[in-house]
Design a protein around this ligand. Structure first.
Ligand SMILES: [Zn+2]
Length: 622
């Protein structure tokens, strides 16, 4: 059946009629079947008081079996129609249920299919242990509707509970209070008693173990990864302390982290009580833990105070990057936080250039206009880094003390609510700018393209040194060559010293990931490929952590240095993180010979990518 339904008034990416009737509590009962990669069950919605005679939900890819009205056990079947799919099939379909006025309970019986893009089902042979299959979901931005029929708009918050039936031997986890041991029967019950937006409902099932970091937090992972991850994330309890000191109490009770399957498309996802983390973050030297600080920061910005629609995405991410840097500064000092900041600024400037010459130059505004487009288009460094620079520039203007007080008040005032840019603007004027007689070009930051001229500059001294090293390399010098140096040594039994020569070589370990990243980024494309190969022989960038591998491969692709192909191929197959693989495929496609090779690798690798990465990369080959 088809029917034409308009998108919601509040949210251009949902068909739901949340302004008339909305879910207050969701209760899931699902059977997870790995053999046919399907979930079967029921989503029971407890609705707000309303006089509406229809309730509209979002679905995308599920088969709806029946819909009933009434409490469990006293249910009556209801009529429903499924509306047309939008032309780009981004939004999915509206599910329109006819209900008598005052209906409290709507129960949707359904099953998922292979078109349910949130879910990644992984065969046993592709897991870390190789013994049991694995499943995880990625809900943001609008994929929760692909595994649960619901009103999929961040502007509605609701509580949920879930009962999951999974094969014996597997542990199930959700964005809720979680088990620490496997259930012998494979039945798990979850409660999330604080209201959250739909994109934060998340699930993972697999051969997972748990280890505590302290009373409040710990790490879940497949066994081969667990101890490494615990070591890598040992500073997490201190990060929580720092964030609470700055922005008030952590609201969610426990904070645990799960190291996800390698196909996970993002660095992390801030699912409440259970952050999902990409295994690439477990670098072995703690060099990428700012991602943990970032996901933790979302416990305030995003999860406690949520963007009302995806046009206001910067309110989630700009605040989160700002807080991430503050946490990093508290734990590791200003120099490291400045380093992160300068690196991200570089990425922002690159992205602003490419947005300015794209078909949507308006995407460089903080307040976005994504109606009719995939909300993932708004996931650029504009929301993250321009957003953070807005807050940093504001901080530099009003002073840190006032800024901290304001941000803390903001979270307190809007906790468990959703907010849009305009409302934030009013709050900012009333609480910070007017009382302190401060003029600030807020409109320019929110509603105009590009980076305003008053944006502050943050520089790291150590990165300056790395640019110097890059300059030397660009001039043809070998910075890794042994050099002869002299020192004075005492002559035995005498009061005299003599000059002694020794050989010294730059030690790779003296610089961190972000510093080498800056070195690679500043290498010129005029360097010949033999020199690049020599550098790699000493520095081993092509075998370093994923962040450095990525930078190294990108440079070598631009140089058309095909000696890296076998290592690059392995990286593209083994890594699912979109931040790395999408730019690499893009760079390969700029050259027709490399494009053919890249297509072959993609065909081999795509079965192992989550839909979020797979769909973005497919578009590169179109
Ligand atoms: Zn984030």
């Amino acid at each position: 059946m088809t029917e034409s339904i308009n998108v919601s008034v509040q949210d251009p990416h949902s068909y739901s009629n949340i302004n008339e009737i909305r879910t207050k509590h969701l209760s899931l009962d699902l059977e997870i079947n790995f053999e046919n990669k399907t979930m079967y069950g029921v989503a029971r919605h407890q609705m707000s008081d309303s006089k509406a005679n229809t309730a509209i939900f979002d679905i995308n890819g599920q088969v709806i079996q029946k819909i009933t009205i009434g409490k469990k056990g006293a249910e009556k079947e209801a009529d429903f129609v499924i509306g047309k799919i939008d032309s780009d099939s981004i939004l999915g379909q509206p599910l329109v249920v006819s209900i008598p006025r005052g209906t409290k309970y709507i129960n949707i019986y359904y099953q998922t299919t292979d078109r349910c893009d949130a879910l990644e089902w992984i065969e046993a042979e592709n897991t870390a242990s190789g013994k049991y299959p694995y499943l995880y979901s990625q809900g943001q931005a609008i994929l929760t509707r692909t595994w649960i029929p619901l009103q999929d708009s961040p502007s509605n918050r609701f509580t949920y509970d879930a009962t999951l039936h999974v094969p014996k031997g597997l542990m199930a986890l959700m964005s809720a209070e979680n088990p620490k041991y496997k259930s012998p029967k494979g039945i798990y019950h979850f409660e999330m008693n604080l209201p959250i937006p739909s994109y934060l409902i998340a699930i993972t099932v697999g051969d997972i173990s748990y280890k505590a970091l302290d009373k409040q937090c710990g790490v879940y992972a497949e066994s081969p990864m667990l101890n490494r991850a615990v070591k890598e994330f040992q500073d997490l309890p201190r990060m929580i302390d720092a964030a609470e000191m700055l922005y008030g109490p952590y609201a969610w009770g426990r904070y645990d982290v799960i190291v996800q399957h390698k196909s996970f498309p993002f660095g992390g996802m801030e699912n409440p009580m259970l952050t999902f983390i990409n295994p690439s973050i477990v670098a072995g030297d703690g060099s990428l833990v700012s991602v943990i600080a970032h996901e933790l920061a979302h416990s305030w910005s995003g999860n406690l105070v949520t963007n009302e629609s995806w046009n206001d995405f910067w309110l989630n991410e700009g605040f989160t990057v700002y807080i991430e840097h503050r946490i990093m500064e508290e734990l590791y000092g200003k120099e490291l936080s400045n380093t992160l900041c300068e690196i991200e600024h570089y990425e922002l400037v690159q992205e602003l250039k490419s947005i300015a010459s794209s078909s949507h130059p308006e995407d460089s505004r903080l307040y976005l206009s994504l109606k009719g487009r995939n909300p993932d288009d708004g996931m650029t460094s504009v929301a993250y880094v321009k957003g953070a620079y807005f807050l940093k520039t504001l901080e530099a203007t009003v002073g840190r003390k006032k800024m901290d007080g304001f941000v803390k008040d903001y979270f307190q005032y809007y906790k468990f609510k959703t907010i849009r840019t305009e409302i934030f603007h009013t709050f900012l004027n009333k609480k910070l700018l007017y009382p302190n007689n401060i003029e600030f070009n807020t409109d320019e930051w929110f509603y105009l393209e590009g980076l305003p001229l008053n944006s502050i500059a943050i520089k790291s001294k150590r990165l300056e040194l790395m640019r110097d090293y890059a300059d030397q390399t660009n001039r043809g010098d070998d910075i890794f060559a042994q050099v002869e140096r002299y020192r004075w040594v005492k002559i035995k039994g005498k009061n005299k010293k003599r000059k002694e020569s020794y050989m010294e070589q730059l030690d790779i370990k003296n610089f961190n990931t972000q510093e080498w990243q800056t070195y690679i980024r500043n290498l010129s494309l005029r360097i010949d490929t033999t020199h690049l190969d020599q550098i790699d022989q000493y520095a081993h960038f092509s075998e370093a952590n994923d962040e450095l591998k990525f930078e190294w491969f990108l440079l070598n692709i631009k140089k058309e240095n095909r000696s890296i192909r076998s290592k690059l191929r392995v990286f593209l197959i083994e890594t699912g993180r979109r931040k790395y693989i999408l730019p690499l495929y893009r760079a390969l496609c700029l050259n027709s010979k490399d494009k053919v090779w890249a297509k072959q690798v993609f065909n081999e690798a795509k079965g192992g990518y989550h839909s979020v990465s797979r769909n973005s990369i497919s578009a590169v080959f179109d």
